[in-house]
Write a protein that binds this ligand. Structure first.
Ligand SMILES: [Zn+2]
Length: 282
């Protein structure tokens, strides 16, 4: 049975071989389904990071929210590296762009993240993620700088930032992964009732279940790490687009409304991408 630690080494090798020097302009156009699934997966992996930090008592240097973003992004590298999906980079840019779109959207709703919040501001999360994407293979990823606008002042050190995160994730997988003789508790997946007012909710639920994404993330974490108690991964109705890990209850909650919110923001993506293509003179 493969575990994250073993997958990391294989995944990083695949990552390098998949690197593209240039991305054709048409690939930078928006793909709504890809945007939604990439961001749902990143959100799940980010919250899984919180789950592992608390359930395994992982040491955390820096803010937990930043660590969860790092774990989420490295989780994407690993899962996609193993499956060798050719659109990995485009999915990663979709994740970065979500934070760019969310920044404008939240300001419109007067719900922008404040300086005192435990989360980095949306724009900072956009640049942090863009930096790690670029830093994973700077020789071949100049186009990431073009499409994200990450300035030289930050990009110069992105390879070091990526290597720090890679080192930390390698270390924790080696120290905390389950041995073959060790059996932890498994993460149980639960689907709660859909929001009553959510148009197309049944079709959304059918797509989520057909993708197998929720079970894949839960099973991978259960196989890889010895969890000391039963925990659950629940799709729930929240009344707002959100996701969180409840450390008291041992519940990872992903709201249906957040997946719907990704669909709403995906509609803004073509305009964002068009502006970038225009800026590139294409
Ligand atoms: Zn978080």
């Amino acid at each position: 049975m493969r575990v994250w630690g073993q997958g990391l080494l294989a995944g990083l090798g695949v990552w390098s071989s998949l690197a593209l020097a240039q991305v054709p302009a048409e690939l930078l156009l928006a793909d709504e389904e890809r945007f939604i699934s990439a961001n749902a997966e990143f959100t799940l992996l980010h919250e899984m990071g919180h789950l592992l930090i608390h359930e395994l008592q992982l040491p955390v240097l820096g803010r937990e929210e930043d660590a969860a973003d790092h774990l989420g992004l490295m989780g994407l590298f690993l899962l996609h590296g193993e499956h060798q999906r050719e659109d990995l980079y485009l999915q990663l840019i979709d994740v970065a762009d979500y934070w760019s779109l969310e920044s404008s959207y939240a300001k419109e709703r007067d719900q922008a993240i404040q300086a005192w919040d435990s989360h980095a501001m949306d724009d900072q999360r956009f640049y942090n993620i863009a930096c790690l994407i670029y830093g994973s293979d700077p020789q071949n990823l100049d186009w990431v700088l073009e499409v994200t606008g990450l300035p030289d002042e930050r990009s110069f050190y992105c390879d070091e930032e990526y290597r720090q995160v890679e080192h930390a994730v390698t270390w924790l997988t080696e120290h905390f992964r389950a041995s073959s003789a060790e059996q932890g508790h498994r993460i149980q997946v639960e689907y709660g009732p859909l929001p009553v007012q959510l148009e197309g909710g049944e079709a959304l639920l059918a797509r989520i279940q057909a993708s197998g994404l929720i079970e894949q993330v839960a099973n991978r974490a259960s196989d890889s790490f010895p969890l000391p108690r039963p925990v659950s991964l629940r799709l729930v109705t929240c009344g707002a687009p959100d996701a969180w890990y409840n450390r008291l209850q041992g519940e990872l909650n992903l709201c249906y409304e957040l997946i719907e919110h990704f669909r709403v923001l995906a509609a803004e993506l073509p305009a964002l991408r068009a502006r970038r293509l225009q800026a590139r003179g294409q």
